[in-house]
Design a protein around this ligand. Structure first.
Ligand SMILES: Nc1ncnc2c1ncn2[C@@H]1O[C@H](COP(=O)(O)OP(=O)(O)OP(=O)(O)O)[C@@H](O)[C@H]1O
Length: 285
């Protein structure tokens, strides 16, 4: 992806480990997402998608101010990014982080209306559009709704402020197909009309071939592919995105099975860890 200086996302030489007890998940990781892109983040379970999105959302500190930059600010250090609503993150847990208010639970005995109208500084037209788009009944009691209905309220809360960068960690999983497609269309319009940037980690590829502008593929914390969707060679033949990603992940599994047992157990403390791979060898030399 082209390097942009005017916003979007730039990750340069990032290293990240959850704690000193594991080898780094990310080693010298680089990623550039241009403003206005809709970037799909794909990879096997445990490859690092959620971790990357959380880092981009400023939830983990990595290196100095220049390592992870979102909208020309440091994702972790510049708290204004999140507080202003410019940077929004929607993840899998049943809570919603609204600006600087912290995590708000979505399962108590209160109404959807109470949740949605409790968010201050919102454009009423945008709010009405979202309530309509997500087909939310304001009388829903949040402790009695279905998973899909709760998810809709979570998404609505996350989108009330007109974000500039939106990080989505598979939040459409509980949605019915109509709501999912309408939401994807809404996101597309937001990118095209306002140059919003979206990074979307998902395992559900229905309808995404024409939705996404870019594709980033992560394997064990390494960025294996990052390109325009129109440049993905495999998609130029008749195959769909699901088959392409499936073939990448199957190739990964085959390689994993062929990997020689490494003999560095004396050299570093992580050699027996399931997360230790050949790319870590140089790191411990
Ligand atoms: N809080 C944590 N502490 C330690 N290790 C973690 C933590 N969260 C995730 N990991 C590890 O980091 C690696 C990447 O996890 P991550 O959740 O980012 O993967 P993912 O690509 O989002 O997976 P999935 O597709 O299953 O959601 C995994 O090996 C996981 O076990």
């Amino acid at each position: 992806m082209a390097i942009e200086n005017s916003g979007g996302i730039q990750v340069q030489g990032m290293q990240f480990s959850y704690d000193g007890l594991q080898p780094p998940l990310f080693l010298d990781f680089n990623l550039h997402v241009s403003p206005g892109s809709r970037c799909l983040l794909v990879g096997a379970n445990g490859s690092g998608k959620t971790t990357l999105l959380k880092i981009l959302a400023g939830k983990h500190m990595v290196g100095g101010r220049d390592v992870v930059r979102v909208l020309n600010s440091s994702a972790f250090h510049d708290t204004q990014l999140v507080c202003s609503g410019d940077l929004a993150y929607l993840g899998g847990s049943w809570s919603k982080n609204i600006g600087c208010a912290g995590d708000i639970p979505l399962q108590g005995d209160f109404s959807a209306e109470h949740m949605i109208f409790g968010v201050e500084g919102v454009d009423p037209n945008r709010r009405d559009n979202l309530i309509d788009l997500l087909d939310i009944d304001l009388q829903w009691r949040m402790h009695k709704v279905s998973d899909g209905q709760r998810r809709r309220v979570q998404i609505c809360l996350g989108l009330l402020h007109p974000y500039k960068v939106l990080l989505l960690d598979e939040v459409t999983v509980d949605l019915d197909v109509v709501t999912r497609m309408d939401l994807l269309e809404f996101f597309k319009e937001e990118c095209e009309q306002r140059e919003a940037t979206i990074v979307y980690a998902t395992h559900i590829f229905d309808g995404l071939e024409t939705w996404a502008t870019h594709l980033a593929y992560i394997q064990e914390g390494e960025l294996r592919r990052a390109e325009k969707i129109s440049d993905v060679n495999e998609l130029k033949s008749s195959t769909n995105l699901l088959s392409v990603v499936e073939s990448w992940l199957r190739a990964e599994t085959k390689l994993e099975k062929k990997k020689p047992v490494n003999n560095t157990s004396q050299a570093n403390p992580f050699a027996s860890s399931p997360f230790f791979s050949s790319r870590h060898m140089a790191y411990y030399r």
